[in-house]
Structures are given as structure tokens and as C-alpha cells.
Design a protein around this ligand. Structure first.
Ligand code: ATP
Ligand code: MG
Length: 349
């Protein structure tokens, strides 16, 4: 019997998992959906990750990429900055475990949920996850089956950006709890987490609907006006991720460089205004030593966030706001460290 540790981060666009000290880390689209019969075996990609079917209480569900492309009815795991249903989240997390678990494994898991998720839903998710699970999965492309018993011995459900906070302190070998502000820019929402003496401060934390999709929506609208064609926001996401400065619309190339930079700067300002508003609720004796910008949105908004924080004199110079090297995975990797360290502390007691 092996004891394993895993960190999981439940985002709007993807569910991230980190295991074996970040040696195993991957993303799965944050969707589950109903099974559509009859298309099995027609894909060239036969990976488990993209063809995952999971059984839950006698019913099968498509998970991740398979749900996105094949399910008629899809259930997003997160929207409007909060977890939608503890049960669906549980199904997705169980699915994710099939990629890292073997029959008979014991697990200690740290799971991050959006900051605005109600406390009761966090407790419910923790309750569902804890215990022994008979996990049954099927690969829709190959028909292969997996069955395993996994025992989740402990489970912590934590606000998402805490993972990055923990990861950053560890990396800097800081072992005192410093006051910090984390700005986690995701696909559909941005989470703010303020830490005071090592504890999350509810009043100074929150979320905004402005995120990466706000940027693609604005660019899509602008391009639509310019070209008279319908430009869909999600079609621009790939171009943004690849760092492209132009896009092709019905065979013609258009530059997005200026609109992209213009809106990214504007949206970053909105995020920093919100940060300022939230930290006004911090206790007078707090001293924010660390600002971090993380999440996939850090790739595009990071430098504007740094600039705006410096302009508003919240930091001395732009580089004082830290951006992790893997902003998409940093929460999941941090949660794995949290549960690992806690277990070791218990042992040495
Ligand atoms: N290399 C990249 N360059 C630019 N943008 C990127 C890159 N990688 C990811 N993104 C963008 O970051 C967003 C996803 O970020 P992230 O995975 O942090 O979001 P999420 O956690 O799923 O969402 P949320 O935090 O809103 O729940 C997507 O919009 C994606 O397009
Ligand atoms: Mg996120």
C-alpha cells in the first residue's frame, strides 16, 4: 500500500492536478457530460486523458475533452467564480485520480476551489472526497477498463490562490507567515486572496468577472465591427495563448496587437483598482510584503498588473510583484506541498 499526495485546482477552464512533487502534472478540461452512444473508437488519439468515461453511482459520464467534444448535455464544474455543485466536482476529481492512482493506494489530497465558493459547498466536497472509493473508468477510444480502490485518508479544501502563496514561500525558503496579496487571473474570473499573519482574510478577498475571456470578448467585438464578420471570442483564445499579434478571418489577416495591448492594460487597471479596494479592509498593523500575480492570465496581464501596482505606489518597482514560472500549475503544485508538509509535521510530532 502506497501513500500518495496530490494537489488539485478546480478552475473554470481546466482542472489541474499535481502528483509526485510536480513530476506528474496535467490539465483536464473542467467539464463532465452525459454519454453519447455510438461514436466509440473513431479517434486517433487514444490517450486516457482525452477519452475518459467514469462511473458514478451506477451512471457513466464523459469527462474533460471527451465531454467537450461529444456530450450533448454538459455540466461545467465552475462558473461565475464559484464551484457549481460539490457532487459534479467530486466526479471530476475522482476521474482525475484515475490518472495517478493504482489499485489500493492511500491518498492525501489538497483541493483548491474558487475564492467565492460558499463554505458549505467546500465542506460538502471534503465530505464526499474522504473515504474509500471504488473507482471505475473506461477509455472510450479503446474500450479498455480500469477498476481500482482508492482510499482518501485526508482531504483539505482550500481557496485556490493559497496554493500559489504556499508554493512561493517554499521556493523562497521563507518559513514565517508573511502578509501577502495574490491575484489569480483565470479564464472566466479573477480571484483575490489576502493573507494576514498566515491566514486568509475573508473581507479582503473576493473575485471579479474580469479575466482572460473579458479580453477575448473585447477583441472579438472590435474585430467584428472592423470586418463585418462574426468573430467568436473562444476562437481568439488560441491566438492569445500562442502570443500571436495577428489573426486570420475568412482568409484575410488582421492585426490585433494594438487592441490587445490596449484592452489588456485597461482590464489590468480594473483588477488593480479592485486589489486596492479590498486591501483597505486589512488590519492597520498588516504589512504586505508580497504581491503575486498568477493563473493563466498572468501570461498576458502580468506585466500590466506589475506596472499598475507600481503606478499606484502599492509596490516600489514593477518586478516587486512576483509571477511564478508556471502560473497555470502553481496552485496545484502548492496544494501538493501543503498536504505533504502537514503529513510530515504530524509524523515528527
Ligand atoms: N501560455 C499562455 N499564454 C497566454 N494565455 C494563456 C496561456 N496559458 C493559458 N492562458 C490563458 O489562461 C486562461 C486559463 O487560465 P487558468 O488555467 O488559470 O484558468 P482557470 O483556473 O481554469 O479559470 P478560473 O481561475 O477563472 O476558474 C485561459 O483563458 C488561457 O487562454
Ligand atoms: Mg484558476
Amino acid at each position: 500500500m502506497t501513500l500518495k499526495f496530490a494537489g488539485m485546482d478546480l478552475g473554470t477552464s481546466t482542472l489541474k492536478t499535481s502528483c509526485d512533487m510536480g513530476q506528474k502534472k496535467y490539465k483536464m478540461i473542467s467539464l463532465i457530460g452525459d454519454v453519447t452512444e455510438g461514436w466509440t473508437g473513431m479517434t486517433t488519439d487514444k490517450s486516457w486523458l482525452n477519452n475518459l468515461v467514469i462511473e458514478h453511482e451506477g451512471k457513466e459520464y464523459f469527462v474533460g475533452e471527451l465531454a467537450r467534444t461529444q456530450s450533448e448535455i454538459k455540466y461545467p464544474l465552475v462558473s461565475e467564480g464559484r464551484m457549481k455543485s460539490a457532487e459534479n466536482a467530486f466526479i471530476a476529481l475522482k476521474s482525475s485520480l484515475t490518472n495517478v492512482a493504482e489499485d489500493g493506494d492511500d491518498f492525501i489530497i489538497g483541493v483548491g476551489v474558487p475564492v467565492s465558493t460558499p463554505m458549505n459547498d467546500m465542506k460538502e466536497l471534503s465530505r464526499l472526497l474522504k473515504g474509500t472509493h471504488e473507482v471505475k473508468a473506461r477509455n472510450d477510444a479503446t474500450g479498455e477498463k480500469k477498476a481500482m480502490t482508492v482510499n482518501v485518508k485526508k482531504c483539505m479544501v482550500i481557496p485556490e490562490p493559497y496554493g500559489t502563496y504556499y508554493w512561493t514561500l517554499k521556493q523562497r525558503k521563507v518559513d514565517v507567515a508573511i502578509d501577502a496579496v495574490l491575484i489569480d487571473i483565470g479564464h472566466g474570473s479573477t480571484d483575490f486572496l489576502a493573507m494576514y499573519q498566515g491566514r486568509p482574510m475573508r473581507q479582503s478577498s473576493g473575485s471579479l468577472n474580469e479575466a482572460t475571456d473579458t479580453l477575448t470578448n473585447r477583441i472579438a467585438k472590435k474585430l467584428g465591427d472592423q470586418t463585418g464578420k462574426v468573430v467568436r471570442s473562444y476562437e481568439l483564445m488560441k491566438a492569445i495563448e500562442l502570443g500571436r499579434d495577428s489573426v486570420m478571418i475568412t482568409g484575410e489577416t488582421f492585426s490585433i496587437k494594438e487592441v490587445k495591448n490596449y484592452y489588456a492594460e485597461q482590464i489590468a487597471k480594473i483588477m488593480v483598482d479592485e486589489t486596492e479596494r479590498l486591501i483597505a479592509f486589512m488590519p492597520p498593523d498588516s504589512f504586505i510584503e508580497l504581491y503575486v500575480c498568477t493563473g493563466g492570465g498572468a501570461y498576458i496581464f502580468g506585466k500590466y498588473i506589475q506596472k499598475a501596482l507600481a503606478q499606484m505606489k502599492m509596490i516600489g518597482k514593477p518586478e516587486d510583484c512576483f509571477i511564478p514560472e508556471d502560473p497555470v500549475m502553481s496552485n496545484a503544485m502548492g496544494f501538493e506541498l501543503v498536504v505533504r508538509d502537514r503529513a510530515e509535521d504530524k509524523e515528527s510530532e
